[in-house]
Design a protein around this ligand. Structure first.
Ligand SMILES: C[S@@+](CC[C@H](N)C(=O)[O-])C[C@H]1O[C@@H](n2cnc3c(N)ncnc32)[C@H](O)[C@@H]1O
Length: 208
């Protein structure tokens, strides 16, 4: 384990966002799943919710580039369950939807935000649409009707994440992952760099 590795893990954790999460509704194509995972991780999010109605989740590791090992996945059996779980945690639900009228710039950022991305073929479900606190559209200026869903996610996070980071910076903060979540993640991430980490920890008397 190098000092640089420990510093990198600590820096990334300090910049992690728990107040913005992504929820993918019935996104099943492994390329899209992997691209969403990689985008969310690269933007510094920690939580990805999979809301599965008809499909199981499959991921292409070649596209995800191991981004999945740095994230926490939350799976929900159906839209109603996913919405209930997110609302119970206090998240406002913003749905990216081609039928929406608002654009992101016009919406004030809530303290906790779940961004929902829809299925490539059918888009957002009616249940999700009805449950949404806000629906937004990414303006389209070309001939095609919609963006690829992982591109829509990247564009959305490209707007929302800098806004949240600016709010944090104004308070002198870099991220908002609670300390109680940071420590177990730090331990898990550092273990990735050590061969047979569990054995090493046991031999050292697991000093934490
Ligand atoms: C390929 S699109 C789905 C197209 C589908 N035929 C429909 O009518 O919604 C997949 C998902 O990406 C997101 N998306 C794509 N383009 C978007 C846009 N211009 N504005 C908002 N969301 C968009 C939405 O979440 C959408 O459900």
């Amino acid at each position: 384990m190098t000092t640089q590795r420990v510093e990198r893990v600590d820096t990334v954790l300090r910049h992690r966002l728990a107040s913005v999460v992504v929820a993918c509704e019935d996104v099943f194509d492994p390329h899209n799943v992997a691209a969403c995972v990689r985008t969310a991780e690269g933007m510094g999010l920690q939580d990805l919710h999979w809301i599965l109605n008809q499909y199981g989740m499959r991921m292409l590791s070649t596209v995800a580039k191991s981004a999945d090992q740095w994230l926490d996945f939350h799976q929900h059996a159906g839209t109603a369950a996913g919405v209930a779980a997110l609302k119970a945690e206090g998240f406002a639900i913003w749905v990216s939807d081609l039928q929406a009228e608002h654009t992101l710039e016009t919406l004030p950022l809530p303290p906790k935000l779940a961004i929902v991305i829809g299925n490539a073929k059918h888009g957002i479900s009616d249940t999700m649409r009805a449950a949404a606190d806000q629906k937004f559209i990414l303006p389209m200026h070309g001939m095609v009707q919609s963006f690829n869903l992982s591109v829509a996610l990247a564009m959305t996070l490209g707007h929302v994440v800098p806004r949240r980071r600016a709010e944090l910076a104004a308070r002198g903060e870099t991220g908002d992952l609670p300390m109680a979540r940071m420590w177990p993640l730090r331990r898990k991430w550092l273990d990735y760099s050590v061969e047979r980490a569990a054995l090493v920890r046991r031999e050292l008397g697991d000093l934490g």
